[in-house]
Design a protein around this ligand. Structure first.
Ligand code: AG3
Length: 275
């Protein structure tokens, strides 16, 4: 049998290519093209509009790092919102904290949730927890309609093209600021410092104009463009670099540790220069 390979063209000039053993599912939802493919190297992959969103093998890095840095910076996170993140990976991490009373998932595309439950059960496992409220809604509307509600809001979006474009807008960060409590924290995934430098500069400036404490941090994610990924935190009160003990047991993560929490804010010079 001939070999099948999948390429995501990450920019017009570079891509990532994986040998695939199966195409488990393909459809056009109301919002985007959804493909679930099986690879030798990374296991099952969720691909939206031709872009790798998550894979069995490396999802832990992204989902731990989008969640635990904020969850440990806040001393008592009770109510948390994830905008996007229909695969459930960020929710799975959030509900590891006993302080959490309610975790809301606001995902615009219900098909991503259903297919993740079916094909990525380990990532989606948290979605059935009784504290989790899964809503197929527009996250932008949800934050506009809920003022002063949340301790933490995570923006677990796709790329700033297509359905997620509005999730990188300053007006959205303003609504998030208002949807957070007085000591709330925002973390947004903000792409690659190698390939998305202008976006990082712009988003950091927008978040900094709203939040008294703004910090960028990095993690290594092999299937994302350039393998180096950024997250931007806006915090109303708590400084992520002055956190006491982690609330988490070390055994419950594969990437995040208290030492990682501190080290990820040490930025290479070229990244500092973007901010
Ligand atoms: N969200 C960020 C994925 C960005 C990847 N970009 C790409 N492949 N061009 C991932 C959502 C996982 N919950």
């Amino acid at each position: 049998m001939s070999e099948l390979w999948y390429t995501e063209k990450q920019t017009p000039n570079i891509g990532i290519t994986c040998k695939i053993t199966d195409v488990l599912h393909s459809e056009q939802s109301d919002f985007q093209k959804i493909d679930i493919i099986e690879t030798n190297q990374f296991g099952t992959m969720l691909v939206l509009d031709g872009m790798v969103m998550t894979t069995d093998k490396d999802e832990f890095v992204y989902h731990e790092m989008i969640s635990h840095v904020a969850m440990n910076t806040h001393p008592n996170p009770k109510k948390v919102l994830v905008v996007g993140g229909g695969d459930g990976g960020a929710i799975r991490e959030i509900i590891k904290y006993p302080t959490v009373e309610k975790a809301v998932l606001a995902e615009i595309d219900g098909r991503v949730i259903e297919l993740s439950k079916q094909y990525l059960p380990e990532i989606a496992a948290g979605l059935s927890d009784p504290r989790v409220d899964v809503r197929v809604i527009d996250g932008i509307k949800h934050v506009e309609e809920n003022k002063g509600e949340y301790d933490i809001i995570l923006v677990d979006s796709t790329e700033p093209i297509g359905p997620a474009e509005g999730l990188f807008a300053k007006t959205f960060y303003q609504s998030i600021y208002e949807a957070l409590k007085d000591d709330g924290i925002l973390v947004a995934q903000t792409e690659s410092p190698f390939f998305n430098d202008d976006l990082i500069t712009r988003v950091f400036k927008d978040i900094k104009s709203l939040f008294p404490i703004t910090r960028l941090y990095l993690a290594h994610i092999p299937t994302y463009p350039s393998g180096v990924w950024s997250f931007t935190m806006g915090s109303k009160k708590y400084n992520p670099l002055e956190v006491p003990e982690t609330q988490l047991k070390e055994t419950s993560t594969k990437y995040y540790t208290p030492a990682i929490h501190k080290s990820v804010f040490a930025l290479p010079k070229f990244v500092q220069d973007l901010l």
